[in-house]
Design a protein around this ligand. Structure first.
Ligand code: SDX
Length: 429
């Protein structure tokens, strides 16, 4: 089908049809307003394609997720490597051994923060929300790397990407250390990406911390499962901000702010709080399910449901399996995992959830593994940000390189007052 026909009153227009490489069907409405004076109305953009992209494919009905065409399940392998996926998502192909080692060297060269940046942490109170300091410090990077505000020099995009990917770890660890009154631990150049992050989080000057292989693998898996997810709320925010030609640091800082919301990246923290509430006896799983179904309760089963997945989120499937493996290897018995499983069992046989196609999403099990690794719960959305950063960078680059890229500026339906006159204050009642 090449064209869609739209009849509005007497007017009949034809609109081009675009078919994606995986058979998705789009009606191109770029000429709709010019030809008919009408715009479309789609709050939340559930039916609106904001762009074309070659980075990530999701089939929500079936529960498929692929990075540059590779099924997500194939990255759940021995020695999972987040940085290999970072390279794939940003540069579009799996790196050769040489490309990967060069990229890892670039990350190593960029793992430190400018010494003056370190002092910014002193300005945050210990109770500062980690996502607030993360977005602030990512934005602050634009003050310390002015030469990377415009990425038109050869190699400057790669440089800016490496600095962001490498330094986000250091920023996250330093903000955590500052909040606990602990000394900042400098990066260990001979540690791999995740081991280095966990060293900066948990080492003490007199007691170095070197993550076990199990923990390092679990951290790599968690990060890579979050690497990109097409046009989710935070990625769409990065694209929106980037469409004004704002620099990469400012655009990614805006992604952190969008991800912070409990309906999005903040859900992993909300899931653990919900499970802890049940564990403390404040709630039973059955009561939880009932409240989630009761519109008046405002309660949601956090970690369940998804705008796109109307099937099991493939990332949740991998993380659920990883929960058993990691906790078993670490000899941890976490009652919250049993509660999560019980909630899933109850929900998946309850017509409310089945009819609405509400399944566990990426946030339902990720927190249990992060708890087992020792990540403090308040840092969970920051972990999501570290994982999602390559996706934000890749999508920002793809948009900026799109021929004819325009500033994003949606329309609206005005429902306010029609025209009337100003009334001087002395005449107001
Ligand atoms: C992420 O977009 C992405 O790709 C996001 C993400 C990514 O990788 O970037 O996958 C990461 O954000 C995962 C989602 C994390 N959020 C949560 O777990 C919070 C709990 N989930 C919900 O708030 C909700 O499911 C959303 C926000 C995720 C999706 O909301 P939608 O698509 O707007 O769905 P909806 O609110 O229109 O719900 C449809 C129906 C409603 O009931 P009815 O009005 O039809 O009677 O389902 C109900 C909702 O009330 N519903 C839930 C529910 N989620 C939806 N009811 C109880 N508990 C829930 N969790």
């Amino acid at each position: 089908m090449e064209k869609a026909t739209l009849t509005i009153g007497e007017q009949v227009i034809e609109l081009p049809v675009i078919i994606g490489t995986e058979g998705e069907k789009d009606i191109d409405i770029q000429q709709l307003r010019a030809k008919t004076g009408f715009i479309t109305y789609d709050p939340g953009y559930g039916n609106t394609g904001s762009c074309s992209s070659a980075i990530t494919f999701i089939d929500g009905e079936v529960g498929i997720l692929r990075y540059r065409g590779i099924p997500i399940e194939q990255f759940d392998r021995p020695n999972p490597d987040f940085i290999e996926v970072v390279f794939l998502v940003i540069f579009g192909h799996l790196p050769t051994r040489n490309e990967l080692s060069e990229f890892k060297n670039m990350l190593r060269e960029n793992e430190h923060l400018h010494e003056s940046m370190k002092h910014h942490f002193e300005g945050f109170p210990p109770y500062a929300p980690p996502m607030a300091s993360l977005s602030a410090m990512i934005n602050a990077m634009s003050c310390f790397h002015p030469e990377l505000l415009k990425l038109d020099e050869e190699g400057s995009f790669e440089e800016a990407s490496a600095r962001l990917i490498s330094k986000i770890r250091t920023i996250a660890a330093y903000s955590y250390r500052h909040s606990k009154g602990l000394p900042l631990m400098y990066p260990q150049p001979d540690y791999e990406y995740c081991a280095n992050f966990l060293h900066m989080m948990f080492s003490l000057p007199n007691k170095p911390y070197k993550a076990s292989k199990e923990i390092e693998d679990a951290m790599n898996l968690i990060f890579l499962l979050h690497a990109d997810h097409e046009q989710n709320c935070s990625t769409s925010t990065v694209r929106m901000v980037g469409s004004s030609q704002a620099n990469l640091f400012a655009s990614c800082a805006s992604g952190v702010c969008a991800l912070w919301g409990p309906l999005h990246g903040g859900a992993n923290l909300a899931v653990i709080e919900m499970l802890e509430e049940i564990h403390k006896g404040g709630l039973s799983p059955e009561k939880c399910i009932e409240m989630a179904k009761d519109k008046d309760s405002k309660f949601r089963l956090m970690g369940f449901g998804h705008r796109v997945y109307k099937n099991y989120d493939p990332r949740a499937r991998i993380l659920k399996k990883a929960c058993d493996k990691v906790l078993d290897k670490l000899g941890i018995k976490d009652p919250l995992l049993d509660i999560a499983r019980k909630l899933e069992e109850l929900a998946l046989k309850d017509s409310y959830f089945v009819e609405r196609k509400l399944y566990p999403n990426v946030d339902f099990y990720s927190g249990i593994i992060m708890r087992a690794i020792g990540i403090p719960t308040e840092m969970f959305p920051v972990m999501f940000s570290i994982g999602r950063l390559p996706g934000w960078i890749a999508q920002w680059k793809e948009q900026n390189e799109m021929p004819g890229a325009k500033i994003s500026r949606p329309r609206q339906i005005y429902i306010g007052e029609t025209i009337h006159n100003y009334i001087p204050i002395e005449d107001r009642k």
